[in-house]
Design a protein around this ligand. Structure first.
Ligand code: MF3
Ligand code: CO
Length: 248
């Protein structure tokens, strides 16, 4: 069952989303050659706690950190470590918080210094594919209208969308129904209603869509080790259309 939220609940989710967005903005400022991903994690945890929220990923199914930091061919769930960012890297950072009973979840991929034209285009296309999906988040549309819009745009630009990981409903739980795939057929899936809140999160690869999980049992990488990017927003479906809750 897809939970429909009241306007009061959506207001609290906007507050949680605001904290997520501000944390990502701080992280964006800190992303520079030489910084380690664990330093980014510490920065995020302290900032989230300063804003009276809790990092949602810390301890989730045993996850050991507050953010996911996925470098280059890593798709999602990269564990912060002592590795240092270097010029030319791309880094996907995923942030989730719990605040006043509700979750917010967002991600973005950043360029470290100057990156290859391919990496720059992958970032741009993945971000744009998220917005193509969000544009379909209207009451009366079908869920897979969102999925299909993301897939069509990413593939039209010569990239592939990950199949094994998907977006999700979000609210008083981090993962609620429905699953929100980044591929599918328009006109299919549940009918969207005002009050539904979705975390829409395309993961787009430069090469194959296939992925595998490393030996740490968390880090997901592209099977062909091609670059991957990830953008995510928590989006409320309102009567008059989508409202991005993870914004500053
Ligand atoms: N943002 C991720 C998601 O939407 C959550 C990261 S998984 C965790 O599923 F284990 F790190 F929390
Ligand atoms: Co998510």
């Amino acid at each position: 069952m897809i939970i429909v939220k009241s306007s009061q609940e959506i207001e609290l989710m906007r507050q949680a989303g605001h904290i997520v967005a501000k944390t990502l903005r701080e992280l964006a400022r800190a992303v520079k050659p030489g910084i380690t991903t664990i330093q980014l994690d510490t920065l995020a945890r302290r900032y989230i706690e300063k804003l009276q929220a809790r990092p949602a990923f810390l301890g989730y199914q045993g996850y050991p950190a507050s953010i996911c930091a996925s470098l280059n061919d890593e798709v999602v769930h990269g564990i912060p470590s002592l590795r240092r960012l270097k010029t030319g890297d791309i880094i996907s950072i995923d942030v989730g918080v719990f605040y006043k009973g509700y979750y917010g979840d967002a991600a973005a991929t950043f360029a470290v210094g100057e990156v290859s034209p391919l990496a720059a285009r992958l970032l741009e296309v993945t971000r744009e594919s998220l917005y193509k999906g969000i544009e379909k988040a209207f009451p009366g549309n079908h869920l897979y209208d969102i999925s299909a819009a993301i897939q069509a745009y990413a593939e039209s630009q010569g990239f592939s969308v990950v199949r094994n990981y998907v977006g999700h409903g979000i609210g008083s739980e981090m993962h609620e129904e429905p699953q929100v795939p980044n591929f599918g057929l328009p006109g299919k899936g549940p009918v969207l209603e005002a009050g539904m809140v979705l975390a829409i999160e395309p993961m787009v690869n430069a090469g194959t869509w296939e992925v595998e999980t490393l030996g740490d049992n968390w880090t997901v990488v592209t099977r062909d080790r091609s670059l991957s990017a990830h953008f995510e927003h928590t989006v409320a479906i309102l009567q008059d259309g989508p409202k991005i809750l993870t914004s500053c």
